[in-house]
Design a protein around this ligand. Structure first.
Ligand code: PXP
Length: 255
């Protein structure tokens, strides 16, 4: 058995900015949340600069890059404006996500198959600048193969449909979505892609997906920011890390 890679936890701080923006002003500060998450054991910070700036603002990205000691994962649409900002920010990674309806697959990931021509120069430009490019896609073999053709080093599997089915106790649907994720992770790894996962994860689903050896990073936001209201962000991050460690251990994968 080959030695499994450790499982990293990236914390998405978008919803701290959502709360701040509900009132305007500066509080709560997503950078403060990022620093606290790192202090509690997060391996990286994710933030999504949306075209409408509904949560994270340009200055948040610049401050995150300047102030955090762990890798910054810049989520963005594959537009010329965003590429310019990403190149100026020089984050560790960029995760390309859909923002317009045409870019979306029915499962909610980026439609790499339909947008291969438009994505190719973006993946290449960011890669040439030394930024690790990830494509946020559903666990659809066609999307995974297209990501490999584009030579993106990383994909992030969209776990939303599976997490919803688990939360709604739709057991058959959850099982089918799980099978898709399991097969997708294996296919992607076999194609040489690094596999991340995210969207809708909570303690339970994070523990389960930690059992997939191909998955080396989870990116989690909404649930943990919600938990932070009740137990504080540091405690929520540590509880999540413990769930992930249990999942790795129970699957016989050392952390
Ligand atoms: N990964 C990606 C690519 C995302 O777009 C999001 C949502 O912003 C997440 C992970 C985190 O999802 P959630 O907030 O549901 O944990």
């Amino acid at each position: 058995m080959s030695h499994p890679l450790p499982l990293r936890l990236g914390i998405n701080v978008d919803h701290v900015a959502t709360l701040r923006n509900a009132r305007g002003g500066e509080a709560p500060d997503p950078v403060r949340a990022a620093l606290q998450a790192i202090e509690a054991g997060a391996d990286g910070i994710t933030a999504h600069l949306r075209e409408d700036r509904r949560h994270i603002r340009d200055d948040d990205m610049a401050r995150l890059k300047a102030e955090i000691s762990k890798p910054l994962n810049f989520e963005m649409a594959a537009t010329a404006d965003m590429v310019k900002i990403a190149l100026a920010t020089a984050p560790h990674a960029v995760c390309l996500v859909p923002e317009r309806r045409e870019e979306l697959t029915t499962e909610g990931g980026l439609d790499v198959v339909a947008n291969e021509g438009a994505l190719a120069p973006v993946v290449a430009r960011l890669g040439d600048a030394g930024i690790r490019v990830s494509l946020f896609i559903s666990a659809d073999p066609r999307q995974i193969e297209a990501a490999a053709r584009l030579r993106a080093p990383v994909i992030e599997l969209h776990t939303g449909a599976w997490c919803h089915a688990v939360a709604d106790c739709q057991h058959e649907r959850a099982e089918a979505e799980w099978q898709r994720l399991e097969k997708g992770a294996a296919l992607a790894r076999g194609a040489g892609l690094e596999v991340h996962a995210g969207h809708g994860l909570d303690y339970r689903t994070a523990e389960t997906i930690a059992g997939l050896r191909e998955v080396v990073e989870l990116n989690i936001g909404h649930f943990l920011i919600g938990e932070a209201l009740f137990m504080g962000l540091g405690e929520a991050v540590m509880t999540m890390r413990a769930a992930m460690a249990r999942g790795r251990t129970n699957a016989g994968l050392a952390q």
